[in-house]
Write a protein that binds this ligand. Structure first.
Ligand code: ADP
Ligand code: MG
Length: 385
């Protein structure tokens, strides 16, 4: 178990004898604890309605509502809260009764302070351990999910790349045939043909569709080949500026504000600028897309000795929970046929994993989305495609 600081313990002392209570509180503070005080059960419950407590030291014998009733109500409101009862010497049976109701333990008055501090720590250990277990479980679940996602992405990706290859050949043939047809339609002997205009229209549609299909296959196949991989100095901030420049029309039309919170004078990577720019472009264009008028994109970064974490945050539409697990899949899109291909994030994910980085997403529908990218400062020169 990770060690804890006594100060972390949210501790409440409940006793109606002011002198006794403040003396104990004072001595606990001296030993590094941080207790709050309540002079009766009502005050105790009042505090609990405002915030959680970890450990409550509770006098059983108080006027008004009995200590045991308070105990029951504390346990009802949060069963994780640990209660140490203080009983008079003559009323040990109260203590036993209290344990049945869920108290952690009881001490008889007069209380020896070291005894009390030990009990408080023991009681908090239970909570601390639970907290750690919960955190570990959450972490494991997250990791497992990420691994499943990654596996699925790899197999989807392999399939998509295969299809893209297969489609490129017939696409080239269709394109050539369309070019030939165009020549025929434009030849002098067709000039007087009444069907000329509709043939031209048909060919035009074929060409547009080829372009779209090409865009898709190129996105799937078309990042830098291994031999083109260029390892060079990448100024992340300059690259962001450059990429925003490519989106400048939309940013201006929508009056989107860009907030820079990048760490000063740093943000230098040794990596492949073309791939990083592709990542930035895909993420930023999604952010711009998700924003309405007067939206905000916040760009922030943080460095550790080995990597840079870049966060691209927008306050746009957000991503519904049921879509969060699918946004990196190839062809997953919520956009219309001509505004989205569903390949942007797939490519982003692929590039970043190739560069041995990491990407995470956090999103609240109606509030916005953050993409958190961790990039190694120094990428090895043997990255494969
Ligand atoms: N910043 C964002 N805000 C809200 N939704 C987003 C954001 N980025 C991505 N998405 C969602 O993820 C989907 C997939 O994104 P992407 O792979 O780039 O494909 P496309 O943009 O072509 O749809 C989008 O259609 C959208 O639903
Ligand atoms: Mg996109």
């Amino acid at each position: 178990m990770m060690p804890f600081d006594d100060k972390e313990i949210r501790l409440l002392l409940v006793d109606d004898e002011d002198g006794f209570r403040s003396a104990i509180a004072k001595r606990l503070k001296k030993r590094g604890f941080n207790p709050e005080e309540a002079s009766d059960g009502e005050a105790c419950l009042q505090i609990l309605s405002q915030k959680r407590m970890d450990v409550i030291v509770l006098d059983v014998n108080m006027p008004g509502v009995s200590g045991l009733d308070i105990l029951a109500r504390i346990k009802q409101s949060d069963e994780n809260t640990q209660v140490i009862l203080l009983t008079g010497n003559a009323a040990i049976s109260d203590g036993v009764e209290g344990i049945k109701t869920g108290a952690f333990d009881y001490l008889t008055k007069p209380v020896e302070i070291d005894h009390l501090t030990n009990k408080i720590r023991q009681a908090f250990e239970i909570i601390h351990l639970e907290m750690e277990n919960r955190e570990e479980l959450e972490y494991r679940e997250k990791l497992e999910k990420k691994m499943i996602d990654a596996e699925r992405l790899v197999s989807l990706g392999t399939m998509a790349t295969g299809i893209a290859h297969e489609i490129n050949n017939p696409l080239a043939i269709i394109n050539e045939a369309a070019g030939f047809m165009k020549e025929v339609v434009n030849s002098p002997e067709m000039a007087a043909n009444p069907k000329k205009a509709s043939l031209e229209l048909g060919i035009d549609k074929i060409e547009k569709s080829i372009k779209r299909a090409r865009k898709i296959t190129h996105q799937l196949l078309g990042y830098v080949k291994k031999e083109d991989f260029k390892l060079s100095r990448v100024d992340l901030k300059a690259l962001l500026h450059e990429t925003l420049g490519l989106l400048k029309k939309e940013i201006k039309d929508k009056e989107i504000e860009i907030l820079w919170e990048m760490e000063k004078g740093k943000n230098i990577l040794w990596s492949d600028p073309y791939q990083i720019r592709q990542v930035l472009l895909n993420l930023l264009s999604n952010a711009v897309h998700a924003l309405g008028k007067n939206g905000l994109i916040t760009l922030s970064s943080k460095e550790t000795p080995l990597d840079i974490v870049l966060v691209i945050q927008d306050n746009g539409a957000g991503i519904p929970k049921e879509n969060l697990g699918r946004i990196f899949d190839p062809f997953f899109t919520t956009k219309s046929f001509d505004s989205g291909t569903g390949l942007g994030l797939y490519v982003v994910h692929k590039i970043i994993t190739n560069l041995e980085g990491d990407i995470d997403v956090e999103s609240v529908p109606g509030e916005g989305t953050s993409f958190i990218i961790r990039l190694q400062k120094q990428v090895e020169n043997n990255i494969s495609q």
